[in-house]
Design a protein around this ligand. Structure first.
Ligand code: FAD
Length: 223
């Protein structure tokens, strides 16, 4: 278990960002990674629980997911597209899902994360706050260069599309309860009897989950 040097629990994003900078601290979300990493140097942490980043808002065909929303909430909430809820259920055991957050999962960028694969297929955009600016980037761009995009900032939320005419999730694992060796998600939007838009995302095949853009393009406007 990682030793904590200093612990802060701010109640605003601005204060959290200032603390992260002043104390060279790390954001602490569900702690499923930060607190279990190999003990090395003690770490200063900024707990994100009191920042009010735990909401779900569905509007205009999109779902906003606060960074501190727990993976188990994705499993249980009727607001969440079934594809994402199903992926969250496969991410790990119940105790893990009650602690781990969407923001922590995005920041970690684990190659085997079912949640990240589903978020990619749902065209996820990530909202990030820095001390002096805010930005929204595609999850795909964030996963390509997490440190370069985050630059010590805070993920405040993720936004996904909610509509689809067809979705599918498949994975191969040693047992149904294990983490996947490979996971695949497909989302399709139809126009008449043709495929208007396809998203295909894979996990476990590269250092980060990725989208198969060339295959998606081949499926566009296909009966
Ligand atoms: C069975 C299992 C095994 C796993 N094994 C590994 C593994 O070996 N290696 C690995 O890397 N992952 C692993 N993961 C994935 C990892 O545990 C999760 O992706 C993630 O850490 C869980 O989120 P959390 O809320 O607990 O994050 P935390 O542990 O709190 O944070 C994770 C990281 O994200 C940062 N962070 C958290 N929230 C934010 C935010 N809002 N903005 C910016 N940064 C933030 C933290 O500073 C930290 O660096 C595993 C998951 C499972 C289910």
């Amino acid at each position: 278990m990682r030793r904590i040097r200093q612990y802060f629990k701010p109640d605003s994003v601005e204060e959290a960002l200032a603390l992260l900078q002043s104390y060279d601290a790390r954001p602490l979300a569900g702690g499923q990674r930060v607190l279990v990493e190999e003990p090395s140097e003690p770490v200063s942490v900024v707990d994100l629980q009191a920042l009010g980043l735990d909401g779900l808002v569905r509007q205009d065909g999109r779902l906003g997911i606060g960074a501190m929303v727990r993976l188990q909430t994705l499993v249980e909430s009727a607001l969440v597209p079934p594809l994402l809820g199903d992926a969250a259920r496969r991410e790990g055991p119940l105790t893990y899902r009650h602690a781990a957050t969407v923001g922590g999962t995005v920041a970690t960028g684990d190659a085997l994360s079912c949640v990240l694969v589903a978020l990619l297929a749902l065209d996820a955009e990530v909202h990030i706050r820095h001390a002096d600016s805010s930005q929204t980037v595609s999850l795909e761009d964030l996963l390509a260069d997490p440190a370069g995009v985050l630059r010590g900032g805070l993920i405040t939320g993720v936004e996904v599309l909610t509509g689809a005419d067809g979705t599918a999730f498949a994975m191969v694992a040693r047992t149904p309860r294990d983490q996947p060796i490979v996971a695949a998600v497909v989302r399709v939007v139809r126009r008449g009897d043709r495929c208007a838009e396809a998203r295909i995302a894979l996990g476990g095949v590269a250092a980060r989950p990725l989208r198969l853009r060339e295959v998606e393009a081949l499926l566009s406007d296909v009966p």
